[in-house]
Ligand binder design. Structure first.
Ligand code: PMP
Length: 352
């Protein structure tokens, strides 16, 4: 048993269920219900079998970084790409949160943050959201070792305006502030323009939600050249090549089709607004969502009960047995047909 004393023990992050059963309605991990951009399919077919023999491009000089740089009007050396934003965020924790002072993040937020902090032995302080589940900006303006939160926050879907983010970044110029914009494309305003003004701001985004490519595992960070260089230094000290050739090629293809990207985001937002009204009529309430999910609680029926009963209808949503949010369900916005099936099932469950 002695060797076990020397093991780096961690309580791992628990991802949402990935049921493999056919025919289910999967509204539990915020995937996009629409396919990736059509050119992605074509590009996938063109990817040569022979290509797999070779290592991928250098991570800081890929076809993907080039397309992203063009799209966001930044330099290529202001972009860091990784295997999903989880990879990018893990690298950012390792690289930037190296202070003895605690980093700060909300109590209700992406539940990977405390896992990375524990893994890397980063001290942290959890700041409770207010009674309306809003982030209190003052909590992030004291002395700390770094700041991270998602905007919109997850799983609440609540958006913070760019001016408030700027106040937080400005008050923390001695540390790195990471804004996790996994859900920014569903009606939020990105704080990306602030990177020109603040060299301590890192903005992280993903292809998993708005680009319908969760399976390709692509994420990226944008920031000042210096931040990106530090990230690449850490990355090259762990594993230089993490993204595979096909992912880099199809990621670049996706960025080129802006019309399709805007079309699917628009469809999801329209469905979100319509379904929101229907959920309200069934007795649910929820904060206004700027994401591809709704975080809802019901006036009389416990969330856990609805969650279990929806499963019997082969509809999967997300529920956490966690303080403050155990009576909430996070419902990913699917297609109109999927959401109609959800509403029909809810009517049956609630006896309406
Ligand atoms: N940030 C937030 C807030 C998320 O909800 C998720 C999705 N689980 C991620 C980051 C990571 O997503 P991915 O690794 O698929 O880019």
């Amino acid at each position: 048993m002695k060797w076990e004393d020397n093991v780096r023990k961690v309580v791992p992050y628990v991802p949402g269920e990935q049921p493999q059963k056919k025919g289910i309605i999967k509204l539990n991990t915020n995937e996009c219900p629409y396919p990736p951009a059509p050119m992605v399919e074509k590009r996938m077919k063109e990817i040569a079998y022979e290509d797999l023999r070779l290592y991928p491009e250098f991570p800081e000089q890929t076809s993907l970084t080039a397309e992203l740089a063009k799209y966001y009007h930044v330099k290529e050396n202001q972009i860091f790409v990784g295997v999903g934003s989880d990879d990018v965020l893990a690298m950012a924790f390792l690289t930037f949160f190296n202070s003895d002072k605690p980093i700060v993040f909300p109590d209700i937020t992406y539940s990977f943050y405390d896992v990375w902090a524990d893994l890397y032995r980063i001290p942290y302080e959890i700041k409770p959201l207010d009674e309306n589940f809003c982030i209190r900006k003052e909590d992030y303006m004291g002395e700390n070792g770094g700041v991270i939160f998602p905007n919109p926050n997850a799983p609440t879907g609540i958006l913070m305006d760019v001016n408030t983010i700027e106040e937080i970044v400005k008050a923390n110029q001695d540390v790195v502030v990471i804004i996790d914009e996994a859900y920014i494309d569903f009606g939020g305003v990105s704080c990306l323009p602030l990177i020109e003004k603040y060299d301590n701001l890192l903005v992280v985004q993903t292809f998993s939600k708005s680009r319908a490519m969760a399976g390709s595992r692509i994420g990226y960070a944008i920031g000042n050249e210096k931040l990106i260089r530090y990230l690449n230094d850490a990355k090259y000290s762990v594993n230089s090549y993490t993204m595979n050739r096909p992912a880099l090629a199809i990621g670049a293809e996706s960025v080129k089709d802006d019309a399709y990207f805007k079309e699917i985001c628009g469809k999801i937002m329209a469905t979100r607004e319509r379904v929101g009204e229907e959920l309200k009529a069934l007795g649910f309430r929820f904060p206004k969502s700027y994401s591809n999910f709704i975080f809802a609680t019901h006036e009389s029926v416990p969330a856990k009960e609805i969650f279990e009963k929806l499963k019997e209808h082969d509809i999967y949503v997300r529920h956490w047995n966690k303080e403050r949010i155990s009576n909430y369900l996070r419902i990913t916005i699917g297609t109109d047909e999927q959401m109609d099936a959800l509403i029909a099932a809810l009517k049956e469950i609630l006896g309406k």
